[in-house]
Design a protein around this ligand. Structure first.
Ligand SMILES: Cc1cc2nc3c(=O)[nH]c(=O)nc-3n(C[C@H](O)[C@H](O)[C@H](O)COP(=O)(O)O)c2cc1C
Length: 190
């Protein structure tokens, strides 16, 4: 049996990403976002949802570019911190000692220590209510070499990523279960 708990968000889990922007003075900033995800394959695009009150929101509106960095669980403390403090008040790179690396294609700061960083160009903005949804076309995707196979394929097992639960908790990623678009075929073959 299930119980209706009302019109609540029920997408468990969500990703944890850290968005990078430069402010008007050129200071790099970071903000953790859980309202984020993939939204298009061609052109490759991600969506992030941000409240207008965030310092990062203004920076994206101003510069029309941002980076999306995927942290490993090793950087849990830093990831949580950049989701609490505001770039309005502090230099988050200085506090966390994370390293800001300039993007190769766009004027965005990337986080050197995180295993994945994408350079994104703002393509769509949608005012939804509490949050504005930004769609960014991915123009470059940087992946830690140790997680890359010779074929160029990403080895997920080497990424050590985490997920966010709407209960306000971070979880590690669990064990490998099956290969997608494959395990379900057992029901076709029946
Ligand atoms: C786990 C986690 C997830 C968050 N997800 C979002 C989100 O999806 N959208 C948002 O606007 N703020 C989100 N926040 C809050 C911002 O990261 C936070 O307000 C941050 O201080 C904004 O930084 P800024 O003012 O420098 O942009 C999240 C915070 C945490 C810790």
């Amino acid at each position: 049996m299930k119980k209706n708990i009302g019109p609540k968000l029920g997408v468990y889990p969500t990703p944890v990403v850290v968005v990078g922007t430069y402010d008007t003075t050129g200071k790099p900033n970071l903000a953790t976002l859980a309202w984020a995800g993939v939204c298009c394959s061609e052109p490759p695009s991600v969506q992030i949802s941000i409240r207008k009150s965030r310092y990062s929101h203004g920076a994206i509106m101003e510069r029309k570019v941002f980076s999306v960095n995927v942290p490993s669980s090793k950087y849990l403390l830093e990831t949580d911190y950049v989701g609490i403090a505001s770039g309005k008040d502090v230099d988050k790179f200085a506090v966390t000692k994370l390293t800001s690396v300039p993007g190769g294609t766009l004027e965005v700061p990337l986080v050197r220590e995180f295993p994945i960083s994408m350079e994104c160009r703002l393509t769509h903005t949608l005012e939804l209510g509490s949050h504005d949804l930004f769609v960014g076309e991915i123009l470059a995707c940087w992946v830690a070499e140790e997680a890359l196979e010779a074929t160029g394929k990403v080895n997920s097992r080497k990424l050590d990523l985490m997920a966010f639960m709407l209960s306000g908790e971070y979880f590690g990623i669990g064990d490998f279960l099956a290969t997608s678009h494959s395990v379900g075929k057992k029901l076709i073959e029946k």
